[in-house]
Design a protein around this ligand. Structure first.
Ligand code: HEC
Length: 178
């Protein structure tokens, strides 16, 4: 192998490793568990969670949605937390969701703004997609959806949210959530 080939092979390996570590690591899974716990404790997730009027949303988040803007403190860091509950199946009405939320809840997707330095390039948002019981939904390769999901790729939370207006990765609002 020439020196150049070795270098290229090395770079390819390094970039594969970097991509693999963007989300779904043990640290990401632990962090997501802490966030879920904080949401349950503040009545934002779980059986007795606070309810709002479900509204018709757009793919990929499901067809009936509820969105909450709040804050949470994790490991001493206080940050903005946006929670989106995604209901289904296709065609479900708001009344059906209100009648039996847990039966219609497909997923809970969240964005939590971590401290500066977490990932300044993408606004320091931590992403997670939970199933109704608080476990993390895996992607098709079995990697839990928590962390910088999709960073550097062309599918997943970050590449899509990067296209949201206002350069803040948020679709529903350009408000300053600091
Ligand atoms: C293909 C594009 C796309 C992908 C992929 C995507 N989202 Fe979204 N997301 C949206 C859109 C559009 C909205 C606004 C939905 C609405 O309320 O009508 C949204 C809204 C949200 C919100 C509410 C905050 C906001 O942006 O207004 C959260 C939280 C969220 N998504 C989390 C996630 C997570 C976590 C993932 C990955 C597991 C993800 N999203 C993947 C398009 C996407």
């Amino acid at each position: 192998m020439t020196r150049t080939t070795t270098l290229i092979a090395g770079l390819a390996l390094a970039s594969t490793a970097a991509t693999a570590q963007n989300f779904g690591t043990e640290a990401d899974v632990d962090y997501a568990a802490q966030l879920w716990q904080a949401m349950v404790e503040t009545g934002l997730a779980g059986d007795g969670a606070v309810q709002a009027l479900p509204y018709e949303g757009v793919e990929p988040h499901g067809l009936m949605l509820e969105t909450f803007y709040t804050r949470a403190t994790i490991d001493g860091h206080d940050g903005a937390l946006v929670i989106k509950r995604n209901y289904g199946p296709a065609g479900v009405t708001a009344d059906e969701v209100i009648s039996d939320r847990m039966a219609h809840l497909a997923a809970v997707t969240i964005m939590f703004q971590r401290a500066e330095g977490y990932d300044d390039e993408t606004g320091n948002w931590f992403y997670a997609k939970y199933l109704p019981d608080g476990s993390l939904e895996p992607n098709p390769s079995g990697v839990p959806l928590a962390g910088l999901v999709g960073k550097g790729g062309d599918a997943g939370c970050i590449p899509c949210h990067a296209a949201a207006g206002g350069d803040d990765y948020l679709y529903t609002t350009d408000a300053d959530l600091e």
